[in-house]
Design a protein around this ligand. Structure first.
Ligand code: PAF
Length: 249
């Protein structure tokens, strides 16, 4: 696997490879990410994975500081799958203007996750736009666990007439049903098992309000449970860890 740090080098490589698959990540890779990587390896001639802990999408400094990043482990995982290129740009190269220009969506990015995490989607859309411009992939892969994020990225790519196809794959879950997330690492084994009740409750045919009450009964601090674009989305805090999930309705 070739590791590329320079934007210039990455852009050159994109020109030479017309059928690139791309999986952007923050690092802290788990089976959910690896599922996206495998799909890209299967569908595209070459696969680029990026690892960039994007500071502009974290509205909470502590969340950024404690993000479970582990580059050496990530590299091993990607190498074992046969990934072609790993792109690890530096913050100052990605934001040479210090984040004076950004991509902002004015409606769907202001609700649910966007309401609870002000500025989060500006940071996400901006970094994804930058990465897609640098890598120029044919297809970019995202997880449905971040359904609102995926929806916004897809709309952005349509609205800006971008050439890249945006693909979303189903959420990969732990045996208990808990959606795979880098943040699961922060839960102790008992809490991690308990956290699966979040998904079990979301799946029920009850109203959002009933589900909220059920989740509160388990001791979760519920931020929202709402139906949106054919899916039921939720966010909770549990033992100091923020978890999101969604299911089809
Ligand atoms: O979903 C993520 O991991 C991030 O939001 C993304 C898409 C890599 C942008 O930093």
């Amino acid at each position: 696997m070739r590791i590329i740090k320079s934007i210039k080098e990455m852009k050159k490589l994109s020109l030479d490879n017309r059928s690139l698959g791309f999986v952007p990540t923050l690092g802290g890779l788990h089976d959910g990410h690896l599922h996206l990587v495998r799909a890209s390896l299967k569908k595209c001639d070459k696969t680029v994975v990026s690892i960039f802990l994007n500071p502009t999408q974290f509205n909470d400094e502590l969340d950024l500081m404690t993000y479970p990043a582990n580059l050496d482990e990530d590299i091993k995982k990607l190498e074992s799958l046969g990934v072609d290129f790993l792109f690890t740009p530096q913050k100052d190269d990605i934001y040479p203007d210090g984040y004076k220009f950004k991509v902002e969506e004015l409606e769907d990015s202001k609700i649910l996750e966007g309401e609870k995490r002000p500025g989060h989607f500006d940071g996400v859309l901006t970094i994804v736009m930058k990465l897609l411009n640098i890598v120029s992939p044919k297809i970019a892969f995202f997880g449905k666990k971040d359904f609102q994020q995926y929806t916004l990225i897809k709309k952005m790519s349509q609205d800006f007439f971008m050439d890249c196809e945006i693909v979303a794959l189903d959420t990969i879950r732990e045996e208990s049903g808990l959606a795979m997330s880098s943040r699961n690492e922060k839960l102790d084994p008992r809490a991690r098992e308990n956290a699966a009740k979040f998904y079990q409750a979301l799946k029920k045919k009850n109203s959002c309000e009933e589900i909220k009450q059920e989740l509160k009964g388990y001791g979760f601090d519920v931020e929202y449970v709402e139906d949106w674009n054919g899916r039921r989305l939720g966010a909770i805090n549990y033992e100091g860890v923020r978890l999101i999930d969604n299911v089809s309705i």
